[in-house]
Design a binder for this molecule. Structure first.
Ligand code: BYC
Length: 472
């Protein structure tokens, strides 16, 4: 396998120079990407030196390289995980066949759609986060934001590579369109709901990284099982980057929880707003919002699309090859929650059409583990409060519960009760205004905003007062 070649205009480990047509297509797209980055990427800071990590190889050691980079000079490129020898299609109707190096003609449209949907989320998140730099709680956090942003940019490159390499003119058109849609735009919105929401403050950003990037982890892990080998290899490498984004989310919220608890103890009060903290009930509302938006990203509980993706060998289950069953699922069943009149019930559905719900189950269990870790912080301060995930039927816009009102603890309620109570469950304008009022940039070395605790350790073991972003 070729090492990553940083002497190329487009760094890559796919021997790009040997495919002149593809190289031309990507070199044609590169300035358009940079134009998009300039227009829609992080606002300000583009000429500043940021302490970023850059992949130098795709193995575990490849992340060792940290250094100051100006964001527009970040070496976005094309990195695929090492090929596995004799890899097979591991599930669905083609199980046992050699994994495909090229797109099977019959699945061209479906695969293209999956890749475009995945690709669309990457620039969308950069657009959503573009104003956050101005209100960073510390240089450490500012640097983490930019690391996330440049890596989402690289994930876009990853999908554009697949489109340009394997889908001809259609692929090139899709690559252009990925730069033309805009998060939240009325006329040309991003494809999936969560990617048109606003990320107006750092609490929302950390929640987004915890909940929405975690959807990314589960979707990428399912696509990493794909019988289409280039997609699998691309996603396997993307997953190594995704892990950092979830760390930013979990540790970010954890530090806010910690600060809230410190203030509660110090001032012997639950009302930490008086002391410039974010109180636990407000955090709970943000959890309810971001969790429910992200649950929608898994699609309907019962989905023939999901069944078709699986049967075709295009998108597997989380850790497909570790599961001990026939990997065809034609006869299997799976418990899925749904509506029975005014009640939420669990039904046994055919396993194939239940794949979205199964992936959502894996996701919810993973989210719960993170919430448990936040609760450990609460407990360690002797505070009596438990953060919880909302019921998965709460505030859903996609799937079986889209038409009903459900409380965070999973009761179907009337519109009147929803109207009376939703302000207790979701961030209100006042909550958003309060959180917004805390968003004042702290950019002195080693300093931290008052509503968030410092991180446990610095990036790449740097000292507390390390200059992660050189602002002068
Ligand atoms: N919003 O059978 P259904 C990430 C559409 S995040 C709007 O229910 P299906 C990242 C659906 O397209 C990971 N529309 O669902 C995170 C379909 O439309 P058509 C992104 C939605 O198809 C943070 C219809 O509803 N990757 O990487 O089984 C930062 C019925 O579909 C939504 C992927 O999503 C929604 N929420 O599954 C940066 C992987 N949900 O066909 C990055 C690729 C459903 O009727 N995508 N619809 O026109 C997929 O695997 C699937 O498209 C989905 C939906 C899982 C999203």
């Amino acid at each position: 396998m070729a090492p990553i070649d940083y002497n190329e205009r487009i760094p890559n480990n796919v021997s790009l120079t040997e495919d002149r047509r593809l190289l031309r297509a990507l070199e044609d797209w590169q300035p358009k990407f940079l134009e998009w980055w300039h227009d829609m990427g992080p606002e300000g800071f583009q000429s500043k030196d940021v302490y970023l990590r850059t992949a130098v190889s795709v193995d575990a050691k490849g992340w060792a390289q940290f250094g100051y980079v100006k964001m527009p000079e970040y070496r976005w490129g094309i990195f695929l995980a090492e090929p596995e020898t004799d890899r097979r299609v591991n599930f669905g109707d083609h199980q046992g066949q050699a994994a495909w190096r090229d797109v099977p003609g019959e699945y061209r449209a479906t695969l293209r759609r999956l890749i475009v949907t995945q690709g669309d989320t990457e620039p969308a998140s950069v657009e959503q986060q573009r104003h956050l730099g101005r209100t960073c709680p510390s240089l450490y956090d500012l640097r983490n934001l930019f690391q996330v942003n440049v890596e989402e940019g690289r994930h876009l490159w990853a999908m554009v590579y697949l489109l340009d390499a394997h889908f001809g003119r259609d692929g090139r058109e899709e690559s252009e369109a990925l730069l033309q849609r805009r998060s939240g735009d009325h006329d040309k919105p991003r494809i999936l709901g969560a990617f048109n929401e606003k990320t107006p403050d750092w609490l929302s950003f950390f929640m987004f990284c915890f909940f929405t990037d975690r959807d990314g982890k589960y979707q990428l892990a399912s696509l990493a099982e794909s019988g289409f080998d280039p997609l699998s290899r691309t996603c396997r490498f993307m997953l190594t980057e995704e892990a950092h984004h979830m760390f930013v989310g979990e540790s970010g919220v954890g530090r806010i929880v910690q600060r809230a608890c410190e203030l509660m103890r110090e001032h012997r009060t639950d009302d930490v707003r008086k002391h410039g903290g974010i109180d636990l009930p407000t955090l709970q509302k943000y959890i309810n919002f971001h969790c429910s938006v992200s649950l929608d990203l898994f699609g309907s509980e019962v989905s023939t699309n999901a069944a078709n993706f699986y049967t075709a060998g295009l998108k597997g289950r989380f850790e497909e090859t570790k599961k001990a069953d026939d990997h065809r699922l034609k006869d299997g069943i799976y418990p899925v929650i749904g509506l029975d009149g005014e009640k939420i019930v669990t039904r046994q559905e055919a396993a194939l059409v239940s794949l979205n719900e199964r992936l959502r189950d894996d996701y919810v269990a993973d989210c719960q583990r993170g919430v448990n870790r936040w609760n450990e912080i609460v407990k360690s301060h002797g505070v009596d409060f438990t953060l919880t995930l909302p019921h998965r039927a709460f505030r859903r816009a996609i799937g079986a519960f889209a038409e009903v009102r459900v409380s965070p603890d999973g009761r179907i309620i009337s519109q009147a009760e929803w109207d009376a109570r939703h302000r207790d469950w979701l961030p209100t304008e006042e909550d958003a205004a309060y959180v917004g009022s805390l968003m004042k940039a702290v950019t002195e070395r080693g300093k931290m905003a008052g509503w968030i605790a410092p991180p446990a350790r610095g990036v790449n073991s740097q000292a507390e007062d390390f200059e992660y972003v050189r602002l002068t």
